[in-house]
Write a protein that binds this ligand. Structure first.
Ligand code: NAP
Ligand code: ZN
Length: 351
């Protein structure tokens, strides 16, 4: 297959800082869209992958899956995009297209497994896919999203992963008027979960380990904010919540939060701590509680989320950086030192 060489920012090995490199993008297929990447968010999943936290990172790696930009070329059969359109790519860039899940728009559950935008086997070029820390992306139009014109493009980028990852379970578990929703962890996912759950009409309480985020949580729209190390404050929420979205990226005790659920309530894990999680029998059996999980969302739901965020004027609180600052940004993300999402101005890759 014909390829094009483009610039990217990635690394060939574990513990080697990310740097400028060249990668290949496929030449346009009839249903492909090529986009120039303008902004790309940095998700904690990018950090887990470059550290090989899950043990399946393939090097070389180019992270990035919160991708927004402009269409620069379209294949002969592309119907839904034209050159110059705003466009976005999230976590999924391919799937089998035939199984029951692809047919009903929940591609994240594809029987054959989806192709992720980075570090996933590349069906076209062999090797693995390279993500959005790069000049361009080429992908079948089925997996490309339309970005509503009213959203600020840089701060909309994090919606493509963080946004859909919290929107999907909030909708599935019916966050809305009359529902008391807890959000655990105020990072990239957590801060968007506050905004989206509020826009859905739920009453939102956040639980944070960071004293500096307690006040800020209210600015983000939370009704209440609790420092999780304060046992007295925590005890006030015993049996109070219908649903808790757990976005924590590291080892933590979920049993504490199962105890905050009303009967029939659910703790939904979206964070990906690399270690196994222990759930005590009495913390789920007594109140018919559920401990469950949720993985991003399908393409149709991602578009629905973007339109919902445009309607409610929701974007991420971002710190815009140059691509040359990526290694420092990963160090800060590891320490929880970002309010609340790093986004890379990809024009700086041309420097
Ligand atoms: P993030 O910005 O780093 O936020 C994670 C937050 O978790 C931190 O800000 C911190 O909040 C809290 N936290 C961190 N370490 C903690 C600890 N040891 N104990 C308690 N709380 C801790 O990360 P993110 O980008 O939002 O991603 C969060 C997790 O979701 C990551 O594991 C990521 O890989 C995963 N993820 C999953 C999906 C999916 O589809 N399921 C999609 C995207 C990301 P406070 O300071 O408020 O305590
Ligand atoms: Zn992500």
């Amino acid at each position: 297959m014909e390829t094009k060489i483009v610039k990217a920012f990635g690394t060939e090995a574990l513990n080697v800082p990310l740097h400028t490199m060249n990668i290949k993008r496929r030449e346009l297929q009839p249903h492909d869209v090529e986009m120039e990447i303008l902004f790309c968010g940095i998700c904690h999943s990018d950090l887990h992958q470059i550290k090989n936290d899950f043990g399946h990172t393939a090097f070389p790696i180019v992270p990035g899956h919160e991708i927004v930009g402009k269409v620069t070329q379209v294949g002969d059969h592309v119907k839904s995009f034209k050159t110059g359109d705003l466009a976005a790519i999230g976590c999924i860039v391919d799937s089998c297209g035939k199984c029951e899940y692809c047919e009903d728009g929940t591609e994240q559950f594809c029987d054959e497994g989806v192709t992720f935008s980075f570090n996933s086997p590349d069906k076209y070029l062999g090797g693995t896919t390279f993500g959005g820390f790069s000049e361009t992306y080429v992908c079948n139009e089925k997996y490309v999203l339309h970005v509503p014109e009213t959203l600020d493009l840089a701060s909309a980028a994090p919606l493509l992963c963080a946004g859909i990852t919290v929107y999907s379970p909030l909708k599935h578990w019916q966050a809305g008027p009359g529902k008391k929703v807890g959000i655990l962890g105020i990072g990239g996912l957590g801060h968007l979960a506050i905004k989206i759950a509020k826009a859905m009409g739920a009453e939102v309480t956040v639980f944070t380990t960071s004293p500096s985020k307690v006040e800020d949580a209210k600015r983000l729209g939370a009704d209440e904010a609790v420092l999780s190390s304060d046992a007295e404050q925590m005890s006030r929420y015993f049996r109070k919540l219908h649903l808790i979205i757990d976005t924590v990226s590291a080892k933590h005790d979920v049993n504490t939060y199962l105890n905050l659920l009303k009967p029939d309530g659910s703790v939904v894990l979206v964070g990906l701590p690399p270690e196994p999680i222990e759930v005590g029998a009495f913390n789920i059996v007594g109140g018919r509680h559920s401990f469950s999980g949720s993985n991003i969302g399908g393409i149709a739901e991602t578009q629905e989320m973007l339109d919902f965020c445009a309607k409610h004027n929701i974007t991420a609180d971002i710190e815009l950086i140059n691509v040359q600052q990526v290694n420092e940004a990963f160090e800060r993300l590891e320490k929880g030192d970002v309010k609340y999402r790093f986004v890379i101005d990809m024009a700086t890759l041309k420097k």
